[in-house]
Design a protein around this ligand. Structure first.
Ligand SMILES: NC(=O)c1ccc[n+]([C@@H]2O[C@H](COP(=O)([O-])OP(=O)(O)OC[C@H]3O[C@@H](n4cnc5c(N)ncnc54)[C@H](OP(=O)(O)O)[C@@H]3O)[C@@H](O)[C@H]2O)c1
Length: 214
């Protein structure tokens, strides 16, 4: 069973998911270029440890890439592609451009026919990327409190990796929806734009997306 979770990043998503994995009984290390950013996190979660991107990627048996979208390729270089080889890399990143949103709609640096995750998978072909957690705000990523279970769309080229991530998402309170191969990230990543519109236009951030069927 996957037990050692390496979270690359020190921001809100990294800290929230790290706390979530600890709560669910996993071992957690966080990777950062700036350990001082995680001082308070580590005081509050003394069972976690902090290292460089490379140390954490080498230690982990599953990695979460919780870094700024525009820095994701650089973060893979820092982690060391050999340290990610054969491992599941959960990818919550979104390709948000630096330019300002337009009427609450974020700008992306990717295109509709090529997602960020496909670029990451191409750059690191031996890793098993699975897009997940990209379509909901950080505060709702761990066992969120909604009247019904939110959907979490996921995709990636390795079917076993998608199964592993689906079972993790269930523990974290989501209804996982497996959308298949990495190309599906072209549709999943823009859900971040949709999710953010009520926040950016009306400061309303407490919602989630749900797929219904009959
Ligand atoms: N915030 C949300 O609610 C939310 C929701 C869904 C998805 N996401 C996605 O999740 C990811 C993380 O979001 P966030 O808000 O937690 O943090 P963020 O501010 O987007 O990213 C912070 C992280 O990016 C890393 N980083 C920045 N420039 C770098 C570089 N040149 N090389 C290597 N690493 C670099 C930083 O590393 P250091 O630790 O070394 O400084 C830091 O850990 C983003 O892709 C975001 O789009 C965010």
């Amino acid at each position: 069973m996957t037990q050692k979770i390496g979270i690359l990043g020190s921001g809100g998503v990294a800290q929230t998911l790290a706390a979530g994995f600890l709560k669910h009984g996993y071992g957690v290390q966080l990777g950062t270029r700036s350990p001082e950013k995680l001082k308070e996190f580590q005081m509050n979660h003394p069972q976690s440890s902090i290292g460089s991107f490379a140390d954490v990627a080498a230690w982990a048996d599953l990695v979460v890439l919780a870094v700024k979208g525009s820095a994701a390729l650089a973060a893979l270089d820092l982690a060391g592609k050999q340290n990610l080889s054969g491992k599941i890399v959960i990818d919550p990143t979104n390709p948000i451009a630096d330019s300002a949103p337009e009427n609450g709609v974020l700008k992306f640096f990717s295109t509709i026919n090529r997602s960020l995750m496909e670029d990451l998978q191409a750059a690191c072909p031996e890793a098993k990327f699975v897009k997940a957690w990209s379509m909901i705000g950080g505060p709702h990523m761990v066992n969120p409190d909604f009247p019904s279970q939110p959907t979490m769309f996921l995709c990636g080229n390795d079917a076993e990796a998608r199964k592993t991530v689906s079972s993790i998402l269930e523990k974290f309170g989501f209804d996982p929806e497996d959308m298949g191969m990495a190309e599906a990230a072209r549709a999943i990543e823009p859900l971040c734009m949709l999710w953010c519109i009520p926040g950016l236009t009306g400061n309303s951030w407490n919602h989630a997306i749900k797929l219904i069927r009959k």
